[in-house]
Design a protein around this ligand. Structure first.
Ligand code: ARG
Ligand code: ZN
Length: 466
């Protein structure tokens, strides 16, 4: 969630994500020739992700020194070929790639924009599991996304703040960078002694050796590449629990006096609240990182480990925790459906307030609805924001949440919360589209809702009747 609008485009190493047209890259035309396509044809980011394989697991070995901003890394990717692969791509920006192997045999490779094009010695056959290892070094490429904000590996005073939505991952690791290819992750992050490195999932070990510390993290639930993190710096780390789930809270000493630990401490109750409302917490760990990274200007729901660029409000913490259900476990398939993430997380803030003695969700709706017809939330429909630079514009949050409250009123509380519970239960660890949601809402309510959703999600005008 954004709390400051920050636009910064002057930087040394910057990879600008091409503002994509709504051109769709055709499904692998060359598949027959054994070449994995360079993109999956997302309407906003056509080259994000690659065709021909499905990643099962990433094993990232990262050695970072902030002085010099140098990353020395290797990534080992376990994947299953969905076609014969004479050649295939990973997404990676910048760095010097020194060696690539496929099934332990050296492979040849070339670079082409964000594509690392790999030609294995022995092509993996369709249906087979294969292993790719990429060794790379250099200064991470900071990615400036089409809305002007920074993402990827963003250096801070004492480490890096690592956030990737939607296009930052290839700025620090080779990925099949598309939300529909989820995988498990383990990370070994080596940093100078005294620095804390926070990955996703559970902390497996922490070992000091010759002036350095290696932190090992393991995320055992499938995760979209944009939700990975490896934020590092000087942090105070506190481990607590929500039931049986370990929570890792890391706070920059500069943010401790701001009350960062106190606001993060609401997490156990928030997890319990949403677990009762939507269904069991999706993951085997939780937590958050409060860094001091004012140049970033937003918070991000990285899986099991939300990232805050400064001490957040309680509302922001509630929002990022709600994303663990909606966004992280139930994930969009294409980026234009972003309201499925942001509208649901914002509605979750509203219902949290309602059930904690604050304003009702209807009162929050009324406040949004009171905005004049000329407001961009009405002229820019949340189901079609018009391009990647509007991905996180107010409409996907506020009109997205209003859409859910309007649905709640239309179908009644019983049916509405049953729809949300089933949405989660049926799509846990999966990918969804707006059409899937409309179908479920129609099925459970027994109502035709196409006109309702069209009015709320796709018309560039303030809804008057629905
Ligand atoms: N998903 C984040 C949130 O609302 C916002 C990410 C914004 N990212 C960006 N590149 N502007 O919780
Ligand atoms: Zn959000």
């Amino acid at each position: 969630r954004r709390h400051v609008i920050s636009r910064r485009v002057t930087r040394a190493a910057v990879g600008v994500v091409a503002a994509a047209t709504s051109l769709v890259v055709a499904a692998p035309a060359t598949a027959a020739a054994g070449v994995g396509s360079p993109g999956l044809g997302d309407p906003y980011f056509p080259l994000a992700g690659n065709g021909g394989y499905d990643v099962r697991h990433y094993s990232l070995d990262l050695d970072y020194v902030r002085a010099g901003n140098h990353l020395d890394a290797s990534a080992t990717i376990t994947a299953r070929a969905t076609q014969d692969l004479r050649r295939f791509d990973l997404d990676l920006r910048g760095f010097t790639v020194t060696r690539v192997t496929v099934n332990l045999l050296p492979a040849s490779f070339t670079r082409d924009g964000q594509e690392l094009v790999i030609t294995p010695k022995v092509p993996p056959r369709r249906g087979k599991t294969f292993f790719v290892k990429v060794e790379y070094q250099g200064e991470p490429t900071e990615v400036i996304d089409p809305d002007g904000s920074s993402e990827g590996w963003v250096p801070t005073a004492d480490g890096a703040f690592v956030v990737n939505e939607p296009q930052g991952s290839p700025g620090w690791y080779p990925a099949n960078d598309n939300p529909r290819d989820k995988a498990t992750y383990d990370m070994a992050i080596t940093v100078p002694k005294g620095i804390t490195a926070i990955g996703n999932g559970r902390l497996l070990s922490r070992r000091d050796h010759g002036g350095k510390t290696t932190w090992r993290w393991y995320e055992d639930s499938p995760m979209a590449p944009y939700l990975a993190t490896a934020t590092n710096g000087v942090f105070e780390l506190r481990v607590s629990r929500a039931g049986r789930i370990p929570l890792y809270h890391a706070v920059d000493p500069a943010e401790v006096p701001e009350g960062a630990f106190d606001v993060l401490a609401i997490e156990a109750e928030v997890i319990e609240f949403f677990s009762d409302l939507y269904g069991p917490y999706p993951f085997s760990s939780g937590g958050g990182v409060v860094d001091h990274a004012p140049e970033v200007g937003y918070a991000l729901e990285s899986q099991t480990r939300s990232q805050y660029d400064s001490t957040p409000s309680a509302g922001t913490v509630v929002h990022e925790i709600a994303h663990q259900w909606f966004g992280n476990s139930v994930t969009l398939t294409v980026w234009p459906d972003i309201w499925l993430n942001e509208g649901f997380a914002t509605f979750s803030e509203w219902i949290y307030d309602e059930r904690h003695g604050g304003p009702t969700a209807q009162a929050s709706f009324d406040q949004v609805y009171a905005r004049p017809a000329t407001s961009s939330i009405w002229t820019r429909p949340p189901g079609n924001v018009g391009g990647p630079r509007f991905l996180f514009s107010g409409t996907v949050y506020d009109r997205g949440a209003a859409t859910l409250q309007a649905l709640r009123v239309k179908v009644g509380d019983r049916t509405f919360f049953r729809i949300l519970r089933e949405w989660y239960a049926h799509n846990r660890n999966g990918n969804v589209t707006t059409a899937d949601f409309v179908r479920l809402a129609e099925k459970r309510s027994g109502k035709r809702l196409d006109a309702f959703f069209d009015t709320w999600l796709y018309q560039p005008a303030k809804p008057t009747t629905w």
